[in-house]
Ligand binder design. Structure first.
Ligand code: SF4
Length: 350
């Protein structure tokens, strides 16, 4: 049986060298091919390269190819410069990525890209547009990598960070997500610092445990949103599968092994999870654990969930400061006007 084609954005340069070992290619050529596909967005393996015989290149072309997503739509927010890209890959369904501008340092303009790891999502968090779509499929590694490659090719400043916070639960597509993170951080690929690659989870405990056991160098964010069991069950159905005590045990283990401060994300829902009792429950749950709390305003186009008023938000922050005594920050969730903000990705054309 004929071997399947090697997909360049599916593999690290080391794996590519192994897959093509029988051709005895010089290391430099393998790294060149890898960088051309991943970093420079080449669409095909070249026919000519100085110092490489056309025969060798022909053999590479017979064995390997550069897959590419189809870009269906792009929209840029006139308000804050966030850009949303709509893609189609090799399988069913459409998915989105968001380019986030980090323009506060004029001498170091750069972007972070928020990528999707699945088409849709099975976890059904009640305030999330992706959750309302249901699950369609896992993305392949190259489909994750090419979101960043294409956005980089479309951008005037470099992409210096990747967050797995787009469509899907990254820990439910673990192998491909980690492989994509490896490719992003390879020096001869995109060379994105591993610490600038963030993998988020809404609380898939086996994924967190594996991430810890494998000592993955990437950042981890756990979306908590509630520290009270009944409330969390009503907001995040995963709470019924991996309840808070089990989740916190996995997070404590992560901290014990890595000694890293744990970042929790908290989607702020007016009148629901912003009370003194919520702050107190969080303090009790995380006692003794160094944490950073990211507050993210909800973005719910259906209007079922609202953002808090300034008074409510300030009162919650005060309560958190008093009860928690840990750093709390409000994360700007931009691109609302283009439906590109957290919780709004639903793969529809603008
Ligand atoms: Fe899935 Fe994340 Fe949306 Fe929850 S918030 S439904 S895990 S995409």
């Amino acid at each position: 049986m004929k071997n399947p084609m090697i997909l360049l954005k599916d593999q690290t340069s080391t794996e590519l060298a192994l897959a093509l070992a029988d051709l005895a290619l010089p290391d430099r050529l393998v790294r060149q091919l890898h960088a051309a596909a991943v970093r420079r967005g080449a669409t095909e393996i070249p026919f000519e390269l100085p110092t490489v015989s056309p025969k060798v290149l022909q053999k590479v072309r017979e064995r390997a190819t550069i897959p590419r997503l189809k870009l269906l739509d792009k929209i840029v927010s006139p308000q804050d410069g966030f850009a949303k890209y709509l893609f189609e890959g090799a399988g069913e369904g459409r998915f989105e990525a968001v380019r986030i501008p980090l323009l506060h340092r004029p001498d170091d303009l750069k972007y972070v890209v928020c990528v999707s790891s699945q088409v849709g999502c099975a976890l059904g968090c009640v305030f999330c547009a992706t959750g309302r779509m249901g699950f369609q499929r896992n993305l392949a590694t190259w489909e994750i990598v090419d979101q960043v490659t294409q956005i980089q090719m479309d951008s005037e400043h470099p992409v210096r960070g990747v967050v797995f916070m787009g469509m899907g639960e990254p820990m439910l597509n673990y192998d491909r997500v980690i492989q994509a993170a490896r490719i992003f951080s390879e020096p001869c690929g995109m060379a994105i610092n591993a610490k600038a690659i963030t993998i988020s989870t809404v609380g898939v405990v086996p994924g967190i445990r594996r991430f810890t056991a494998e000592r993955q160098p990437y950042r981890l964010i756990v979306s908590l949103t509630s520290a009270r069991t009944e409330q969390r069950q009503s907001l995040l159905p995963i709470e019924r599968v991996y309840p808070l005590p089990e989740l916190l045990a996995a997070v404590r283990e992560y901290h014990a092994v890595t000694r890293k401060r744990v970042t929790f994300a908290w989607t702020v829902l007016a009148g629901i999870n912003t009370g003194r009792e919520d702050a107190r429950a969080l303090a009790e749950l995380t006692e003794g654990l160094p944490i950073l709390l990211d507050l993210i305003d909800v973005n719910d186009p259906t209007g079922q969930f609202r953002r808090p008023s300034t008074e409510e938000a300030n009162a919650f922050r005060d309560a958190l400061r008093e009860e928690l005594n840990m750093p709390v920050q409000r994360r700007y969730s931009g691109g609302q006007d283009i439906h590109g903000a957290c919780g709004m990705l639903a793969a529809v054309e603008s």
